[in-house]
Design a protein around this ligand. Structure first.
Ligand code: ZN
Length: 259
């Protein structure tokens, strides 16, 4: 980042202090944020202030976004880049927030060439080079293993350095490429098998749709149910810990707060 951007960010942090009471109200439902240590919390708060300066959050379908909701969304969005930096969300500005699930018109052509048009109800969506779209009803939930904000922003992280249709994202240059691929491919194959057989899993079965969805769902689970991911897919936990440069297991997310 250039000196001007750095100077501007320092200025914004000086001029826009985030009230302690507002922060506490906004993030209190999220056990995985309460579990951060003092230094992580301070850095996450700074990222939230900068995120809200650099991104534009808009309500859709007459939804008025409260300050608490803005901070709650920003805090969940910034957690994955806490040790990577906001630059991972470069190249787009919009976050559109619906009060609940929203409908997206879909068109598919079947094997016989027949065109089918239908509405899909979604809780979140991330557009390449475009906005993130969220349902506040879902973004306001704090359930271990389910987090629509982290899910969509994991897609954004994936999209920054490549096409998320192509498979799993690439690891950082200082990580072992082959070990990353092996860990994700083996876990994905085993996960798809378990979902096919309708076996119970700590991860959202939606992750079996595509490798990019597996990465997004594994990221949700990594941050909100670290022990669940470690128990089911220890190699994926280890790789995500290296990728996000965080170890949520060390944070001891309290079961009581997570409910
Ligand atoms: Zn997804």
């Amino acid at each position: 980042m250039g000196w001007f951007a750095n100077w501007r960010r320092r200025k914004i942090l000086r001029e826009r202090p985030l009230s302690e009471a507002l922060w506490a109200r906004a993030v209190s439902p999220y056990a995985f944020i309460a579990a951060l240590d003092k230094d992580e919390t301070r850095r996450l708060r700074d990222l939230v202030v900068l995120f809200l300066d650099e991104k534009q959050l808009h309500g859709a379908a007459n939804f008025g976004i409260s300050d608490e909701a803005r901070i709650a969304i920003a805090a969940q969005a910034c957690l994955p880049v806490l040790n990577l930096g906001l630059e991972w969300y470069a190249g787009w500005v919009g976050v559109i927030v619906y009060p609940g699930e929203f409908k997206v018109a879909r068109t598919i052509v079947d094997d016989d060439g027949v065109v089918h048009e239908f509405d899909d109800a979604l809780s979140g969506e991330a557009w390449p080079d475009g906005p993130v779209v969220l349902s506040w009803q879902d973004a306001s939930l704090s359930e271990p293993g389910y987090n629509v904000v982290i899910h969509e922003f994991a897609h954004k992280i994936h999209m920054l350095h490549g096409d998320d249709d192509a498979g799993f994202p690439r690891p950082h240059a200082d990580m072992d490429n082959a070990r990353w691929d092996m860990s994700f491919e083996a876990a994905y194959a085993r996960f798809c098998g378990a979902v096919d057989r309708e076996l119970p899993t700590r991860m959202d079965p939606y992750g079996a749709e595509h490798p990019a969805e597996f990465f997004a769902v594994a990221s949700e689970t990594f941050f909100t149910d670290a022990a669940g991911l470690r128990d089911e897919f220890p190699a994926v936990y280890r790789e995500l810990s290296a990728f996000y440069r965080q170890d949520p297991l060390a944070r001891r997310i309290s079961d009581k707060a997570a409910c």
